[in-house]
Design a binder for this molecule. Structure first.
Ligand SMILES: *[C@@H]1O[C@H](CO)[C@@H](O)[C@H](O)[C@H]1NC(C)=O
Ligand SMILES: *[C@@H]1O[C@H](CO)[C@@H](O)[C@H](O)[C@H]1NC(C)=O
Ligand SMILES: *[C@@H]1O[C@H](CO)[C@@H](O)[C@H](O)[C@H]1NC(C)=O
Ligand SMILES: *[C@@H]1O[C@H](CO)[C@@H](O)[C@H](O)[C@H]1NC(C)=O
Ligand SMILES: *[C@@H]1O[C@H](CO)[C@@H](O)[C@H](O)[C@H]1NC(C)=O
Ligand SMILES: *[C@@H]1O[C@H](CO)[C@@H](O)[C@H](O)[C@H]1NC(C)=O
Ligand SMILES: *[C@@H]1O[C@H](CO)[C@@H](O)[C@H](O)[C@H]1NC(C)=O
Length: 872
């Protein structure tokens, strides 16, 4: 979870900036009195790749720089992900306290945007730059700031920070850069500064959450923009914003859990009609035209909160601005919901139509909340839930836009600590491929260079590995609701020792409480019998330790996988209960969804999403299915890694899968990988324990040797098994093959010995030979090798494995396409540049399954949160 602390760093991608202040047609438009873009370190005016004009320092006649111990420099390396050489390739360096003094009008607030490109200047080490930035009015914008650490943590080559400061008394705005004296060789630097007048968008004092009668005055405060999201919509570049040159990002990476809701866009004919008291610059039309709501099923909606989670700095007050515009409902009391900020009711019974009186009329609400400084990650939660008491016509909620601003504290400070890059990134940096190193002259830029390459088209890299991240095109999952395959206990030997059978009555009462809570549906035995033609053997699609798995139909046409326990099964009530409990609480794109269960007449039956393309294994070997391309395999591994990463870190407690193998990775009709079979899962170490002692379970060939030796389970046991999966995918052979010569029986041993001898190339799937970019293969093999480290502590956490696999995909795509494939902003607007989306493969293009393309709308109801009603 450490890596998630990076989230609070708000970045801008800069590419689509264009001539923003060219025209101001709107009646209540705003024309900034001051608009200065300073290209620091450069004497000349220049234009960036979007045609925005940046002033050189000399044009200002030296008037604006009030100090001396500074020098100018040109970056020693141009990262390919930089959107423009201006202003990033030149910098001003400060070795002692130095001040920029900008002449500004005395009225109104100003945006201050600071641009940093941490790379080597004049041979200086970018890691040595620690500095603070303060204003003459005593506001601390940054303190002990390391642009290098921040950029690394974000895998971004450059950083933009946005602040808003109050009017200055003397017609000047000063920015003082002070190198930290706590670090040796410290210096400060800056590449670009924007000083732009802004209207007072913080007009009305917001209500303090939890104190409905108290407001907080923010007039005198400096603010920092932490997040600015076009909820349910797309990335909006600064040039498309209404006059304030703000950048709006996709909200999906911040959604919590699997309750993604649905995105909605206003019908073409609906005009967004700004009321007279709402200036058009508050948010652009695109923000109000798109929204996220909860989904069509009232019963599901009643049982979850549509939640966004943000990593922020503690000990600050935040203003949460919610933008609303009803684009579906027309009447009062059709959609009434509560708004929670940090688990406190910020607004009860919000009804957008009641506020605005009509569809298509935007409004916004501000709520202020103080976030105490707690140990660990400080988070800001924003949640919506239907207000049941109001008996609205629809149990639903809506949000169109969301901004989070940090208020300066009583000392005028806005600065928080630097984020911590993950260990894996530090390692990856040390091991960077030689090619990258030479160009940069400095390894520090490697991460930015490689990962940031995808950002070249202006993608916004929110964060590295974040559990709350969700892919934009979730709609794809909609069809997954219709089809699905099942958790299948594979053909490998499952060494499950007999489990203790917990009391039956406890189990069933527990389950009925789950069903009552709406997390999991109860099916009657007749429903199941009808759906499987009384357990007709012709419908069996798998047999495992638990029993048989049938392809079935419920609710008339919903295809499901039905897992029926075998009375003599090694896996008993306990596993049954575990699986229901785990799965019903876990919803994730890369986990197989449990729809319901049936427990009657001594039957223990689980009903799952049907996965059309079956197990990963059946696409790898001993198959007549068309072979998967290397890129497909990488994407599948990434999906599975993401599912496991979610299990390990996304839920309240670490969940250890314990039986990771290629038959437990299932594929939907878009080849999106989903991890299945939590029957053996254990809730992992909590707090101070580092392992769970347990009876050895799992599948031979995938078993963590340490787990076997010490019978101690950690999440690193899953990492080991996943390492075997990676080699299985690469070599297309079983984890154990007793018919082979002794040294080859175990894939883990055989692959490791070849990897160490440098002969791995000889044992990879012949179908892949010559088709993998060598850099990519190297990285992939190293990742798999690390996963197979003998000691758990030496294995990387799943998040780092995921990161490395994405890096592999990036290398592969760069090699295949000449440039990264994920550069399309519209496709992929949120830091998905390293291949966050599950799959590019169009459904059915690979053929091979009679089930493909049969998705069926009605079946989507159960997983409505994954479906879009009328969508983008
Ligand atoms: C410039 O740096 C030198 C040495 O660090 C220092 O003595 C001097 O005071 C500095 N000058 C200014 C104007 O800060
Ligand atoms: C700075 O360098 C000196 C001498 O090399 C060393 O003793 C000191 O520990 C260093 N200080 C820091 C903060 O790294
Ligand atoms: C920005 O505006 C231009 C012109 O109106 C439009 O063509 C473009 O698609 C917009 N871009 C986005 C990402 O909305
Ligand atoms: C809000 O509640 C959730 C679930 O109970 C909890 O995980 C989270 O930490 C809480 N958030 C805050 C900011 O208190
Ligand atoms: C929604 O969030 C509120 C505030 O944290 C909490 O009290 C409530 O139980 C949540 N409801 C659900 C269904 O999670
Ligand atoms: C919180 O901020 C205040 C200033 O507003 C400061 O005095 C106090 O020391 C801070 N507390 C912590 C725990 O950092
Ligand atoms: C400055 O930042 C570095 C890196 O995050 C950190 O190790 C150090 O403790 C910080 N120093 C202060 C005084 O906050």
């Amino acid at each position: 979870m450490k890596s998630s602390t990076f989230l609070f760093f708000f970045l801008f991608s800069f590419i689509f900036f264009s001539s923003i202040f060219a025209t101001f047609a709107a009646s209540n438009g705003f024309k900034p009195a001051d608009s200065l873009l300073l290209n620091c370190g450069s004497p000349d005016d220049d234009t960036d790749s979007d045609g925005r004009k940046w002033s050189g320092e000399s044009a200002l006649n030296g008037k604006i720089l009030a100090a001396t111990n500074s020098s100018t420099a040109t970056a020693m390396y141009q990262d390919p992900s930089l959107p423009s050489t201006v202003p990033y390739m030149t910098a001003r360096l400060f070795t002692s306290e130095s001040t920029y003094k900008f002449p500004v009008s005395e009225n109104g607030r100003h945006w201050i945007r600071l641009h940093f490109y941490p790379v080597s200047y004049n041979g200086l080490n970018p890691d040595d730059a620690y500095f603070s930035v303060t204003t003459a009015d005593g506001v601390t914008l940054l303190k002990n700031f390391s642009a290098s650490l921040t950029a690394k943590a974000l895998t971004q080559a450059y950083i933009v920070k946005e602040f808003s400061v109050g009017p200055s008394a003397d017609g000047a705005l000063s920015l003082t850069f002070t190198p930290s004296n706590e670090h040796n060789n410290s210096y400060g630097f800056i590449n670009g500064v924007e000083i732009i007048s802004m209207p007072d968008i913080f007009g009305e004092p917001p209500t303090m959450v939890g104190y409905s009668d108290q407001t907080i005055d923010i007039d005198g405060s400096a603010m920092q923009t932490m997040f600015r999201l076009n909820v349910g919509g797309q990335y909006i570049p600064a040039g498309n914003d209404s006059q304030l040159s703000r950048t709006w990002y996709d909200d999906s990476p911040y959604l919590y859990g699997a309750g993604l809701g649905v995105t909605t866009e206003a019908e073409k004919g609906l005009k967004i009609d700004y009321p007279s008291d709402l200036p058009v610059y508050m948010a652009p039309v695109d923000v109000y035209r798109t929204a996220r709501s909860m989904g069509p099923d009232p019963n599901i909606n009643k049982n979850f909160n549509l939640t966004w989670v943000f990593q922020i700095d503690g000990n600050f007050t935040y203003v949460v601005r919610l933008h609303f515009c009803e684009i579906v409902m027309q009447k009062v009391n059709q959609r009434v919901f509560d708004i929670f900020v940090n688990n406190q009711t910020a607004q009860a019974a919000a009804d957008v139509i009641a506020w605005t009186s009509a569809e298509g009329v935007p409004t916004y609400k501000d709520y202020a909340v103080f976030v105490a400084d707690t140990a660990g990650d400080d988070q800001l939660w924003v949640a919506l839930h239907p207000n049941v008491a109001a008996r609205p016509e629809y149990m639903n909620a809506i949000l169109n836009g969301l901004e989070v601003f940090k208020m300066s504290d009583s000392t005028g400070n806005l600065a928080g600590p630097n984020p911590e890059p993950s260990l894996m990134m530090i390692e990856a940096e040390l091991e960077a491929p030689a090619g990258f190193e030479d160009k940069s002259g400095k390894k520090a830029s490697v991460i930015g260079g490689a990962a940031g390459g995808a950002a070249a088209a202006g993608l916004f890299f929110a964060v590295c590995i974040v559990v709350y991240r969700r892919k934009k095109k979730v709609e794809r999952d909609g069809s997954a609701g219709a089809s699905g395959w099942l958790p299948l206990y594979g053909n490998s030997h499952t060494s499950a020792s007999k489990s203790t059978i917990s009391g039956r009555s406890t189990a069933s009462s527990h389950l009925s409480s789950l069903a009552a809570s709406g997390l999991c549906r109860h099916f009657s035995l007749p429903e199941i019998k009808q759906g499987t033609r009384n357990f007709d053997d012709s419908l069996v699609i798998g047999v495992g330790g638990f029993g048989k798995v049938y392809k079935g139909v419920v609710d008339g046409s919903t295809k499901v996988a039905i897992k029926r326990s075998n009375p003599s099964s090694e896996q008993g009530v306990h596993e049954f209960q575990t699986e229901i409990e785990m799965l019903s609480k876990l919803r994730h794109k890369h986990l197989v969804s449990l729809i319901g269960y049936c427990e009657e007449d001594d039957e223990m039956i689980l009903v799952y999403d049907y996965m059309a393309y079956g197990t990963l294994r059946e696409h790898l070997y001993k198959t007549n299915k068309p072979p998967l391309s290397w890129k497909q395999r990488l994407e599948i591994c990434i999906g599975a890694a993401r599912g496991l990463h979610y299990l390990h870190t996304g839920a309240k407690y670490t969940i250890i899968h314990r039986d990771v193998k290629t038959t437990n990775i299932l594929l939907d009709e878009n080849f999106v990988a989903k991890v299945s079979d939590f029957g053996l899962s254990k809730t992992g170490p909590m707090m101070n324990q580092t392992h769970v002692s347990t009876v050895v379970k799992g599948s031979f060939g995938y078993l963590d040797p340490e787990y076997f030796r010490r019978q101690q389970l950690t999440d690193k046991s899953d990492v080991y098994s996943f390492g075997v999966v990676l080699f299985e995918v690469l070599c297309a052979r079983p984890a154990l093959n007793p018919s082979l010569p002794k040294e080859q029986v175990s894939l883990a041993d055989w692959a490791l010995s070849n990897q160490r001898k440098g002969t791995l190339g000889d044992i990879i799937d012949p179908l892949l030979k010559g088709k993998i970019n060598p850099e990519c293969l190297k990285k992939f093999a190293e990742t798999a090798e690390k996963c197979l480290s003998d000691q758990g502590v030496e294995r990387p956490p799943m998040g780092d494995v995921l990161w490395n696999l994405e890096f592999c995909l990036q290398l592969e795509e760069a090699a295949e396409g000449g440039k990264p494939v994920d550069m399309d902003v519209s496709e992929n607007s949120t830091g998905a540049g390293r291949g966050w989306q599950g799959s590019h493969i169009p459904s059915g293009s690979i053929g091979g399954s009679e089930m493909s393309g049969e998705s069926d709308e009605s079946s989507n109801e159960v997983f409505s949160q994954l479906v879009h009603p009328r969508g983008r």
